[in-house]
Write a protein that binds this ligand. Structure first.
Ligand SMILES: [Zn+2]
Length: 335
């Protein structure tokens, strides 16, 4: 792979220097390309033709193994899997990801950390998302990071570095990947789009909603379910009176992360759109925003945001999601 395909990653890459340090922490917002950069650094370090961090050759046996996902000196540690149907589930289809990296996963790295590289001179372990390391997993990892073999490199990936334990952070070279400016994100996304865009607002909206993170923008732009949900929620909220039960029934079918994205953007524009009704996330929905806003105050929406945040804390495991959503929308600001 070539980093020129991801131009905003070049600067952070240069910040690392010639060689990968024993421990690197890459942090930055969702969809900014942290895993892309980690893969690049790992492949480059393992490549048999390059001796410094630079574009891997893509042709040597090491690069072939890396691209095939079978390099014996590379290890990606990610969220644990759990059986969806308790211990009876045996097929891989019955396993789903748990939002945690357990001490068991970290301990399973034991032999990998101490045995010499199969090929060449280096081994690379990537941990993503490092914020999902629980306390005991963090402590187990710390032991490995504190006294690594000279061939071993750790790359930790996190959205917010503050979520990691301080002793672990202090062992890492920290690399903050920042998003490009909106025009750069926009042209990158346009070049990568597979389908023609029917809705002229969608691209800008996706970029704004993703905080200019190019990979997240691209993913969102092609996420028709998100735009469909947004459309329906805005339509229901712009009615007077609002059909709370229809709204709850609709939202029950959506992922909590989709709800969060739709409502955070909506609340932002309801609270902060200016006197000329310039919005950040709803340039295509100005009439509806006006209808939803009515004569309600910023304070009323801000209060509901607090209630919504409380709902989100338990959104993935409420006893009765429909009831929780109905209760939530019954508290929607009224004139
Ligand atoms: Zn190579």
């Amino acid at each position: 792979m070539q980093l020129v395909d991801y131009p905003w990653l070049i600067k952070p890459k240069n910040h690392i220097g010639k060689n990968l340090p024993p421990a690197l922490l890459i942090h930055g917002i969702e969809g900014i390309g942290k895993q892309v950069l980690a893969n690049y650094l790992a492949q480059s370090t393992l490549c048999e033709k390059t001796s410094f961090i630079s574009d891997p050759c893509g042709q040597c046996p090491s690069c072939d193994l890396f691209t095939a996902g079978t390099h014996p000196d590379f290890n990606l540690v990610t969220n644990d899997e759990e059986d969806a149907f308790s211990s009876e589930g045996t097929s891989s289809a019955s396993k789903k990801a748990k939002q945690v990296i357990s001490v068991k996963s970290v301990r399973s790295l034991g032999t990998f950390c101490v045995t010499k590289p199969h090929r060449g001179h280096a081994k690379v372990i990537v941990i993503n998302p490092a914020e999902n390391l629980n306390q005991s997993a963090s402590n187990a990892l710390l032991k490995n990071v504190e006294e690594p073999a000279e061939f071993l490199h750790f790359i930790l990936i996190a959205k917010h570095k503050e979520t990691l334990i301080p002793t672990l952070i202090s062992r890492c070279l920290k690399l903050h990947v920042r998003p490009p400016e909106a025009p750069e994100a926009s042209s990158w996304v346009m070049a990568k789009m597979k389908t023609q865009l029917e809705d002229p607002y969608r691209k800008q909206l996706a970029i704004n909603l993703s905080g200019n993170a190019p990979l997240a923008s691209l993913k969102l732009m092609e996420n028709h379910d998100f735009f469909d949900a947004r459309e329906k929620i805005i339509l229901l909220l712009s009615q007077n009176p609002i059909d709370i039960f229809a709204l709850a029934a609709l939202c029950e079918k959506l992922e909590a992360s989709t709800l969060q994205q739709v409502f955070y953007a909506l609340l932002h524009d309801l609270m902060f759109s200016d006197i000329k009704e310039n919005t950040v996330f709803h340039e295509d929905k100005k009439t509806e925003i006006r209808q939803i806003k009515r004569s309600l105050t910023t304070k009323a929406f801000s209060r509901w945001q607090g209630i919504f945040n409380d709902y989100l804390k338990s959104a993935n495991h409420p006893l009765n999601r429909r009831l929780a959503l109905e209760a939530l929308f019954l508290k929607w600001p009224q004139t």
